[in-house]
Design a protein. Structure first.
Lengths: 283, 313
């Protein structure tokens, strides 16, 4: 993968990235169907962000997963593992055929990410609210070692209800971790209902700004906006960046869009076929 | 016995500074208690490698995990009650599961915290740490052993927990005494009963052995400074030799050293086991010595427990 500086992304490249996102979405459906469980909703909502990061923004070497200067990504919303694994396998960290082993006994693809088991997985996550602290720690290490790698963290919006997130928000700003770029996948739904009904988290932009972060709001399904936001974050000095990505849970599959039911439920065979058809897979 | 006393925390600070000098990969974190835990000694010497996380133990453990994920050897400190209880899930998920090099060194363990009372005392930390896969649990018996333990964890891969007290502990080891993680030290040989202690209770076991000798009973005394992994060979030999064990710890008697030893004995041999420790109750404010007496952490209690155990064996 190549490292990009601020540069125009060609329309052609945008089309290719969209295709990657679409491919990730198709994998998510097949994987969760094969596993009979998993979290399609929150996987589909950030598939575009994953595609932008793994195939454009991040500096990484799938053939050398522990390369010291690689950019790191911590998936704080660990339940969205299916899309994560799809992006990693499409990047070349492990064979795409392995994706259907998700959640199976003896598989490297655990229900939630495990660093010890899966190539490319930087951090074991799943217990929500913990990823941003870890990303901060990686960013501090980069500074101590005078390395220029960046640390990305993908947070869910439900996680904003966890106290540890705000502890990490303070630490990131206090130590001026401008090598941290976090995404907030603002799909507005959690297991029990809409975030604002369960435990209101707004106004998010004001909160992150008040905590000392550079805040950027984007349409989390607009490839260009995602890439531009990452570029802007790179230019900011003395502050970490929180990109609030407005997304649709279940994006791309009509009956999963804005559906709380598909937060943690796999599609059945009929739903799989329909979903893949909608995503444009031609059998 | 007339003991001299020395501070475990001071030795932690001294060891950390030495480690900081010899290893540039060592990073130290604290949660607003650095002057008490003595990580402040390191902070003064190596300010660029010390990060105060504020009163945010969960975030501290996550930050420690991230540093360790990027190749740092991390020491994270606070009071034992906060360093284990407030952030147990972070230690489990973010440190033990990925098996990171995070060394948690916690002071103010047990009941001898004293006047602060039950909110700041802990009789549960060993239980919380020893139930975690990949975790090593060390309870140094005195100041010198603390120094050695802090140095030793550098060569022990994965997470480690070192438990220290607030008060000065009796000095029972010398700079030449052997210390190895996972190896218990037989402090004194004897045939009638084996007294197995951890932390400052080892000194009380030695006191108890002296008293038992006056009463015509010979006690073997073992310093079980590593609770996990347990030194099963030394334990096996003790069972064979005396067939009668009394454990002594400044921890909830249900879930610490006593239960670790009890499980081994239940599975590997028949032998009388009796446990001295803090009863299943919260502590309270008071002078350390008063609390030790009130909660049964005395050599007299060890002596009477040993006599009862010997009668039954």
């Amino acid at each position: 993968m190549r490292c990009i500086s601020l540069s125009n992304t060609s329309d052609e490249e945008i089309v290719l990235l969209r295709r990657k996102a679409n491919l990730i979405r198709q994998h998510v459906l097949r994987m969760t169907f094969a596993a009979g469980s998993g979290h399609p909703g929150g996987s589909l909502s950030y598939a575009d962000i994953l595609a932008a990061l793994y195939f454009k923004v991040m500096n990484h070497r799938p053939t050398d997963p522990m390369w010291e200067d690689r950019d790191r990504l911590v998936l704080s919303k660990g339940h969205a593992a299916p899309a994560y694994y799809a992006a990693l396998s499409e990047s070349g960290y492990f064979p795409v055929t392995e994706l259907l082993e998700l959640r199976k006994l003896g598989s490297r693809l655990q229900g939630h990410p495990s660093r010890a088991k899966t190539p490319g997985v930087e951090m074991s996550t799943g217990s929500l609210g913990q990823g941003l602290s870890v990303a901060n720690g990686m960013a501090l290490a980069a500074r101590l070692d005078r390395r220029s790698y960046r640390v990305f963290c993908l947070c869910g919006d439900g996680e904003m209800q966890s106290g540890q997130i705000w502890e990490a928000a303070m630490l990131g700003a206090h130590y001026r971790l401008d090598n941290v770029t976090a995404f907030l996948d603002r799909n507005r739904l959690q297991i029990d209902g809409p975030t604002e009904t369960i435990m209101a988290i707004e106004p998010l932009a004001k909160k992150w700004d008040a905590f000392g972060w550079n805040v950027i709001e984007i349409d989390g399904h607009d490839m260009k906006q995602i890439i531009d936001a990452c570029d802007k974050a790179k230019l900011v000095k003395g502050k970490p960046t929180m990109i609030i990505a407005h997304t649709v849970k279940g994006k791309g599959v009509s009956f999963m869009e804005n559906s709380i039911a598909f937060h943690g439920k796999a599609p059945n065979e009929e739903e799989l076929k329909r979903g893949l058809r909608e995503l444009g897979e031609h059998p | 016995m007339k003991w001299t006393y020395a501070s475990q925390r001071k030795e932690y600070g001294r060891a950390l500074v030495e480690i900081g000098q010899s290893r540039s990969d060592v990073v130290v974190l604290d949660a607003d208690l650095s002057s008490s835990t003595r990580t402040s000694d390191f902070a003064k010497k190596f300010p660029e490698r010390f990060f105060n996380c504020g009163i945010a133990e969960q975030d501290m453990m996550g930050t420690a995990a991230g540093l360790a994920a990027s190749g740092k050897m991390v020491f994270a400190s606070s009071f034992a009650v906060f360093a284990t209880g407030r952030c147990w899930d972070q230690i489990r998920q973010s440190i033990c599961y990925p098996n990171f090099n995070v060394k948690i060194v916690a002071s103010h363990a047990g009941i001898t915290v004293g006047g602060d009372g039950a909110s700041h005392q802990t009789a549960e930390d060993i239980a919380l740490m020893r139930t975690l896969p990949n975790m090593t649990v060390i309870v140094p018996a005195d100041a010198m052993e603390t120094y050695k333990a802090v140095k030793a964890v550098l060569d022990r891969p994965g997470p480690c927990y070192i438990r220290l007290g607030r008060v000065d502990f009796p000095v029972i080891t010398s700079p030449d005494s052997p210390f190895r993680i996972g190896i218990a030290n037989v402090m004194q040989e004897g045939d009638d009963v084996t007294l197995i202690g951890s932390g400052q209770m080892v000194a009380l076991c030695l006191d108890a052995a002296e008293e038992l000798q006056k009463r015509g009973l010979s006690a073997q005394v073992i310093n079980m400074s590593t609770i996990k992994p347990l030194d099963e060979i030394t334990l096996h030999n003790a069972i064979k030799r005396t067939g009668c064990i009394v454990t002594a710890e400044e921890h909830n008697v249900l879930t610490g050293l006593g239960s670790a030893v009890g499980l081994y004995v239940a599975e590997h041999g028949s032998c009388i086991v009796r446990c001295v420790g803090i009863p299943d109750a919260f502590g309270e404010s008071g002078e350390s010595e008063e609390l030790m007496v009130k909660y049964g952490l005395t050599s007299a209690r060890i002596v009477e427990t040993a006599e009862e155990a010997i009668r039954r064996s």
